[in-house]
Design a binder for this molecule. Structure first.
Ligand code: FAD
Length: 616
């Protein structure tokens, strides 16, 4: 017998089937037996399809405009117990009972519990044999309930988690958001993107003021009130996190503060200083993020050793700062401390700063770090020994050009981040993780447990806020029964250093490594009137095209505002734009955005703002 919670289109007569003209209920609605669910119109009549039982709507499988026929799934109900009992018949007592108290049987459409959203989708899925972008299957009912029960539990309130929670609530789901800290927002809002960019703005203004000397305007040396600067940064963070809490509240989301650990694939235990409680869930979205990698041998117990979170606390301005790790996070902080007066030394184990980014984009940053801060940069170098004294740490190095040792007042370690999957007893939920500790997910952000999703840093690289938020939306939508998947072609990366470096899609480094055919079009900012007017000549816009189709494959930009400019290239790649599209789109003059259309013109050979000798 079919699941009594699955409401199907009855025999409505007429050869052509019928059209859904209106959906009368929403996910989460409580309905009584005989309440109208949808309105159908066939060649014979228009009729409302009534609910056979009382219960709560958990998934809707049709949309207005769909063509349906007898047997098609209309929606799924979590059937109210008394209604289910009334349904029990002497002929089939066991089947109807098992559907209420235990497993939901396989649906007639999917055979495995995956229910495509509309009949059109179902036909598509059936004909392709794919259920890859199907919405979530009906949750199992009848499992052990916790002290609280929710439809969707979100673990972690960072960008991935709060986005998922907000979207799920907007889709009518009951949501509990679990966060270990009192402030929502995770790394990005509290100790990542937002405070670092607030401080980088200060660094940029100082640099611009210094740069004006070349144009005949001289300002005095900046006077730095570190307390005021710190409270400015904290104020920005507080404003955003309070705003988040307010938006969650308005959406009716319950926030539970405490550390969550799985006790089963249906239950999370929350530990707080006051005790513990449990929450059972129909669906869970794990968005528990990442934390800094710690290297062996580094004396982390000494307060002179800090990570990015410690650096953002601005406890003081060290005279000599050693940065271990030449990635984006560390370089951004080095920029801040360099502007505030620290002497910067950078050691990076690999051959260059910002591994993975094209060297021609990184070069202008290296030059500026050396010129502006007299920074010492040692690549291919390892910090081998640390001798801690009261006021300094003496560090020994192993590298071709590095000194043997040097003393520093503070050491900032920024050598990458690792997923937090080892901090929540994930094995109790039977969720699979990779050998690097990342939770493995499909394009719908679903783990090997079909009702558990994961998003953000905890599912892998790139560890970026904008990736986390997009994934959070997908997970929430799929859990709420929508047909959704993460199918971004590209995810842009930005270093908010001075100059900024941004890239998206294919890089030349990757293309050379894997033999991808490409041709470039570049525009040096030395030829940009706008850039010269800003006193900057160190920028470059570089576009990578497919030589055959002329489609944009990747882009790299270095220069002020590169992070804002790269968005156009990301859109161009998503839209499958060709060089001509970029070249013929009229960009406003004089702007830095023109460098994108001019790089496309350079590729096409139509540029007039540069002289390019004719290719023979
Ligand atoms: P997180 O932000 O890490 O949030 C996870 C949340 O889960 C945390 O609040 C944590 O307390 C909570 N949690 C974890 N385990 C549990 C548990 N067991 N119980 C309860 N709660 C738990 N990205 C950008 O895109 N742009 C930038 O400019 C940028 N700048 C950065 C600067 C710095 C200094 C750093 C460190 C990172 C930066 N990032 C940036 C990266 C960005 O912050 C992350 O990619 C993003 O925060 C990931 O979001 P998330 O939701 O996956 O996880």
């Amino acid at each position: 017998m079919s699941d009594p919670g699955e409401v199907r289109v009855p025999d409505i007569g007429g050869e052509e089937g019928a059209e859904v003209v209106e959906i009368l209920v929403a996910i989460g609605d409580e309905v009584e037996a005989e309440d109208g669910l949808i309105t159908l119109e066939s060649d014979k009549a228009s009729m409302d399809i009534p609910s056979p039982l009382a219960g709560r709507v958990t998934a809707i499988s049709l949309r207005a405009g769909d063509k349906v026929s007898a047997g098609d799934l209309v929606l799924t109900l979590e059937v109210r117990a008394e209604s289910a009992e009334a349904l029990e018949s002497p002929e089939e007592p066991n089947e109807s009972k098992s559907a209420i108290s235990g497993e939901v049987p396989a649906t007639s459409a999917g055979g495995g519990g995956e229910v495509p959203a509309t009949s059109a989708d179902r036909r598509e899925a059936e004909s392709s044999g794919a259920s890859e972008i199907a919405p979530a299957s009906s949750p199992k009912v009848g499992f052990e309930r916790g002290d609280q029960h929710t439809e969707i539990l979100v673990l972690g309130s960072g960008v991935g988690g709060y986005t998922a929670a907000f979207r799920a609530a907007d889709l009518g789901k009951r949501v509990i958001l679990v966060e270990k800290y009192p402030q929502l927002g995770g790394v990005c809002l509290n100790v990542g993107c937002i405070p670092s960019k607030a401080l980088l703005h200060v660094s940029k203004v100082i640099a611009e003021a210094e740069g004006m000397a070349a144009q005949g305007i001289t300002f005095g040396q900046p006077k730095i009130d570190i307390e005021k600067l710190r409270s400015f940064k904290t104020g920005v963070v507080d404003r955003l996190t309070k705003g988040l809490a307010g938006m969650g509240d308005k959406r009716g989301i319950t926030v539970v503060q405490g550390t969550g650990r799985f006790v089963s694939s249906r239950m999370l235990k929350i530990e707080t200083s006051e005790g513990s409680s449990t929450i059972s869930f129909d669906y869970a979205i794990i968005a528990a993020g990442s934390r800094p990698v710690e290297l062996r041998g580094i004396p982390y117990e000494d307060p002179k050793v800090i990570d990015s979170t410690g650096a953002l606390e601005l406890a003081g301005i060290p005279k000599r700062l050693l940065l271990i790790g030449g990635g984006i996070v560390g370089l951004e902080m080095a920029m801040v401390y360099g502007s505030l007066g620290s002497q910067i030394t950078i050691v990076e184990l690999l051959d260059g700063l910002i591994p993975g980014c094209d060297r021609d984009l990184v070069k202008p940053l290296e030059r500026r770090l050396k010129k502006r801060f007299r920074a010492e940069i040692y690549t291919g170098t390892r910090a081998t020994e640390f001798i801690v004294s009261e006021s300094v740490i003496k560090v020994s190095f192993e590298g071709k050009k590095s000194p043997e040792s040097a003393a520093f007042d503070r050491i900032l370690v920024a050598v990458g981040r690792r997923p937090n999957s080892d901090q929540m007893d994930i094995e109790a939920a039977e969720v699979e993780i990779s050998k690097d500790g990342f939770i493995e997910v499909d394009r719908q952000q679903r783990t090997n447990q079909p009702h558990i999703f994961a998003v953000g840093d905890i599912v892998g690289n790139p560890m970026l806020a904008h990736k986390a938020s997009h994934q959070g939306k997908v997970a929430a939508e799929v859990a709420a029964g929508e047909k959704s998947s993460f199918d971004a072609r590209v995810i842009p990366s930005v270093a908010y250093t001075d100059p900024e470096i941004a890239w998206v899609g294919l890089t030349e480094t990757e293309a050379k490594a894997d033999g991808t055919e490409y041709s470039t079009g570049s525009f040096p900012w030395m030829a940009s009137g706008r850039s010269l007017g800003m006193g900057r000549t160190d920028g470059l816009t570089k576009l990578l095209f497919d030589p055959a189709s002329k489609r944009l494959l990747g882009a790299g930009i270095v220069g002020p505002h590169a992070g804002d400019l790269i968005a156009e290239c990301a859109l161009a790649i998503e839209m499958g734009a060709e060089a001509t599209d970029l070249a013929l789109t009229i960009h406003p003059h004089p702007t830095l955005s023109e460098t994108i259309s001019m790089a496309a013109e350079a590729f096409e050979g139509t540029i007039t703002d540069l002289y390019q000798p004719k290719k023979r």
